[in-house]
Design a protein around this ligand. Structure first.
Ligand code: NOJ
Length: 542
């Protein structure tokens, strides 16, 4: 086992992610070092300076394991290797070490719910009904007239069952047919993943983002899923079915607790960050266990999917704070490689002032902020390509390629992402100013984001402090961090379309630490102030 790769830092902070800013890299699109048009691990090593300068504490990489890429890495064919497009295991070790020297931990993406159909386990399983690997997957004979075993549908809208001609049985898949579902009712599957976790943790990897946790355990009775109702995710409503029995079984939490015991056997403990794709924050609670014995962080889809309006955001944040176990720690993300896309487009329509407000929100709520690459420069979604040239072929509500476009580093061909004339996804010819341009402009979104992260470090109440919303005029969201009445930090953001007078009494008495309009930095406030539409302030109260 290697010791903690993060040097110069108290490794004792047991749950280190509580103070962390996490930065999510879609590795194929961040930086291509070898000029083949695909981002890679050496490219990430080359640009670690950017992450260190920005002040992030952990980097989560979308999957880097070998995969035939039917679902761009989320169909894994070998859980303990690196896809050659991204480099080698030596590159991975170097990245862990080089990031560690900068105080940055590496978090990988683990996909335990399904494998690729090219994984040796599945090949063996389908080749022979008596194979010891048969039980790793979910098989059922055809129903009457050759029908699938039940009504379950996949997240991509087709039947969740595909007939395997070779062995004449149906197998289950929650996503593409090329992503056969693993059978977590087999003890051997759990043992395999125990080994996988240890393999990466032993290399100094700081944790795992765990894909599609809500699909991990299915109901073995194969009870039919009911129709979707108003309380379900937009996806379930669109597909007309609630995924009640095809996943989400209570046994899931038993496995998460086992993984947590494994993670806690390391020093420092490893992060388990679950993708918990649920429609209501109420359903997140069980994934956290008692707050310390299950997931460290859980993906908050209702927050990400909220409107960018004070009333909606307040409702989802307040609900999250009230329903999670008191010891649990929320995670907040506003952009994703999936269909919801980037906040700079979805929430802010490309308006840099609104993007600053979104960053101010994300980085000052109580919990761990997850930046998606490009959030720090206000990167917007790329324009959608015609279906014939799309790289992502999955049937999703919105094309996912648009939020996976190459990072915008510097002016010039492919915005500095690659020297290849053929990036794997087109680098938009124009768009938000690049990293280099924004570094040269003290008034840029990038500097705003960086200054905010530095302020988090200087004001511990922004990380660990209590949080409570305070009354504010319509359209304005305002909250306090720190122990009430003892002087803390107040954030006020006007997400409405009209200017707002904000009189919060003692809460607007103090000094502006940071304004989305940077000319207000350092101003003294005497008890009330006003905010333009899409203007926000971070105030140190007296
Ligand atoms: C969730 C991932 O974020 C998505 O990109 C993927 O298609 C599915 N899980 C299946 O692994």
């Amino acid at each position: 086992m290697v010791s903690d790769p993060v040097q110069g830092r108290e490794a004792c902070a047991k749950e280190w992610w509580r103070d962390a800013v996490v930065y999510n890299i879609y590795p194929r699109s961040w930086r291509d070092a070898n000029g083949d048009g695909h981002g890679d691990l050496p490219g990430i090593i080359e640009r670690l300076d950017h992450l260190e300068w920005l002040g992030v504490d952990a980097v989560w990489l979308n999957p880097i394991m070998p995969s035939p890429n039917r679902d761009w890495g989320y169909d894994i064919a070998d859980y303990t290797a690196v896809h050659p497009d991204f480099g080698t295991m030596a590159d991975l070790d170097e990245l862990v070490e080089a990031a560690g020297r900068r105080g940055i931990r590496l978090v990988l993406d683990l996909v335990p719910s399904h494998t690729s159909d090219e994984h040796p386990w599945f090949r063996a399983a389908r080749s022979d009904r008596r194979s010891p690997y048969r039980e790793y997957y979910v098989w059922r004979p055809p129903g009457i007239g050759g029908a699938p075993p039940n009504n379950w549908i996949s997240y991509f809208g087709e039947s969740a069952w595909t007939l395997d001609e070779q062995s004449e049985e149906y197998y289950l898949h929650s996503f593409l047919p090329e992503q056969p579902k693993l059978n977590w009712w087999s003890a051997r599957v759990a043992e395999e993943f125990e080994r996988v976790l240890r393999f990466w943790f032993d290399r100094g990897v700081g944790g795992m983002r765990i894909d599609a946790l809500q699909t991990l355990v299915h109901n073995p009775e194969l009870t039919a899923n009911p129709p979707a109702s108003e309380r379900d995710t937009s996806l379930e409503r669109r597909l007309g079915q609630r995924f009640l029995h095809s996943g989400g079984q209570p046994e899931t939490h038993h496995f998460v607790r086992d993984w947590r015991r494994t993670a806690d056997a390391y020093e420092p403990t490893r992060l388990l960050f679950g993708e918990t794709w649920v429609s209501s924050v109420d359903d997140l609670s069980p994934y956290y266990g008692d707050g310390h014995d299950a997931l460290g962080l859980a993906w908050n889809l209702p927050f990400l999917s909220s409107d960018f309006a004070a009333i909606s955001l307040r409702a989802v944040v307040e609900r999250t704070m009230s329903v999670l176990p008191s010891a649990a720690w929320p995670a907040w993300a506003m952009s994703t490689h999936d269909g919801e896309g980037r906040a700079a487009t979805r929430w802010c329509q490309g308006d840099p002032a609104a993007t600053r407000c979104a960053l101010l929100l994300l980085l000052t709520l109580r919990g761990t902020p997850i930046l998606y690459y490009g959030d720090e420069i206000g990167m917007t979604d790329a324009t959608s390509q015609p279906a014939s040239v799309r790289r992502d072929t999955a049937e999703t509500a919105a094309p996912r390629d648009r939020s996976r476009a190459p990072m915008r580093w510097e002016p010039g061909p492919a915005a500095g992402f690659t020297s290849s004339a053929r990036p794997w996804l087109p680098a938009p010819a124009a768009g938000v100013p690049t990293v280099a341009e924004q570094r040269a402009d003290r008034d840029s979104v990038l500097w705003f984001c960086r200054d905010l992260i530095m302020l988090r470090r200087r004001h511990p109440e922004l990380m660990a402090g209590a949080m409570r919303f305070v009354p504010a005029p319509e359209g304005v969201l305002a909250w306090e961090r720190g122990d009430s009445g003892r002087g803390g930090v107040v954030v006020a953001v006007n997400l409405g379309d009209a200017p707002a007078a904000v009189g919060l009494g003692p809460l607007t008495k103090g000094q502006i630490l940071l304004g989305t309009d940077r000319r207000r930095d350092g101003q003294t406030l005497l008890g009330d102030t006003s905010l333009d539409p899409r203007e926000g302030l971070l105030i140190r109260t007296v």
